[in-house]
Design a binder for this molecule. Structure first.
Ligand code: PLP
Length: 399
């Protein structure tokens, strides 16, 4: 007998399962539409020019020290400016508590731990559907989750009435997780007007809004525009929390660069909360690796490098937009009897295609095209070379 006989295999992460099936397939023209990582029109991962420039500038830094306070404070301040606005009062009055986190996942987890510690009876309300790991993260810290309706499968768009209803009926002492832009997996975002209504309702119900910002820039191509939901909540005087990831919009996936911030009433409260967040991270992993934080901080604070970054974000978002248009057009040209408008209505990295499990299975089995069983297509995997084959295959399995 060993100590670990009772340990059974963990369920496979749905994305990893898709990647494994893709890798095991020898077909030369196979397509991976599973993973939400940006690829160029050749299907290749991209190291952004802004990252190269930032690397050059920080090359002389001394990385042997653990994260110095100065480096991490600068990174947090730049991240806060990016999401709350360069001239926001929150920044001027230092009414935010922020710490670097291990990408978006780490930022969500830190917040979940913080929530459990200071509101042990609270719940988290998650949109239905949402990124699959959200549920796991709050489950692991023993905060019960509930869902609010979000997506309408028939119209393939936002179920706003149901969303408002569910928030209205939600119990007190809770936080709700919102995707401010480029919702994963649906690609469906509320309009500005809808965000205003959501914000008013949150205010009336005294709900705490927690934003998971994993794709700032990917919805509109403009990081400022993609922060509009958060700015609306700010205008309404909400105290909010934000998990920011730079994995996708800076292409820093493996560096695990993220930030968690919580807005406070004043500077003194901000210091207290920051200290508590640091204590939580200290017992989980000490401090985060310094290289990625230095890169992101340089990109955000050096005006020339930031200008390059903003252009590159636009290029990535535009390529994805273009692929949406081409895919829809190709399906319509094939005479598909189905409505494919949602491909271009939805925004960001993903298209919630409406393909059912059986169709997704057939696409993998017969056509070597891989996506998650919920029919989510990572548009970043679509290129000018494979889009016709993809459209033909979708047409085949849906008619
Ligand atoms: N939040 C959402 C909505 C996501 O889609 C993802 C990644 O897929 C993350 C957070 C976490 O990403 P990372 O931890 O790589 O920053």
């Amino acid at each position: 007998r060993s100590w670990w006989d009772h340990v059974t295999p963990a369920p496979k992460d749905p994305i990893i399962a898709v990647t494994e099936a893709f890798l095991a397939d020898p077909f030369p023209y196979k397509i991976n539409l599973g993973v939400g990582a940006y690829r160029d029109d050749e299907g290749k991962p991209v190291v952004l020019q802004c990252v190269r420039e930032a690397e050059g500038k920080i090359a002389a830094s001394n990385f042997l020290e653990s994260t110095s306070t100065a480096v991490s404070s600068k990174f947090v301040e730049e991240s806060a400016k990016l999401i709350y606005g360069q001239d926001s009062n929150v920044i001027k009055e230092r009414r935010f508590a922020g710490i670097p986190a291990l990408s978006g996942t780490g930022a969500c987890r830190l917040f979940a731990e913080f929530q459990k510690r200071f509101y042990p009876e609270s719940r988290i309300y998650l949109p239905d559907p949402t990124w699959s790991n959200h549920r796991n993260i709050w489950r692991d810290v023993h905060v019960p989750d509930r869902t609010f309706r979000y997506y309408h499968p028939d119209s393939k768009s936002l179920n706003f009435v149901a969303l408002m209803d569910d928030i209205k009926n939600a119990q007190m002492v809770l936080s709700s997780l919102l995707h401010p832009c480029a919702h994963n997996p649906t690609g469906v975002d509320p309009t500005n007007e809808q965000w205003r209504e959501i914000s008013s309702l949150f205010k009336a119900k005294n709900h705490f809004p927690f934003f998971d910002v994993a794709y700032q820039g990917f919805a509109s191509g403009d990081v400022e525009r993609d922060a509009r939901a958060i700015r609306i909540f700010l205008e309404d005087g909400h105290s909010i929390g934000c998990a920011q990831s730079f994995a996708k919009n800076m292409g820093l996936y493996g560096h695990r660069v993220g930030c968690l911030s919580v807005l406070c009433n004043d500077k003194i409260q901000a210091m207290a909360i920051k200290g508590q967040l640091q204590q939580i991270s200290n017992t989980m992993y000490g401090s985060p690796p310094i290289h990625g934080i230095s890169l992101a901080s340089k990109i955000l604070s050096d005006p020339d490098i930031k200008a390059i970054w903003l252009k590159e974000v636009k290029v990535m978002a535009t390529r994805i937009h273009r692929m949406r248009a081409i895919l829809r057009e190709a399906l319509e040209r094939l005479g598909s009897p189905l409505n494919w408008q949602h491909i271009t209505n939805q925004v960001g990295m993903f298209c919630f295609s409406g393909l059912n499990r059986a169709e997704v299975y057939l696409l993998a089995k017969e056509f070597h095209i891989y996506m998650t069983p919920d029919g989510r297509i990572s548009m970043a995997g679509v290129t000018t070379k494979n889009v016709d084959y993809l459209a033909n295959s979708i047409h085949e399995v849906t008619t």
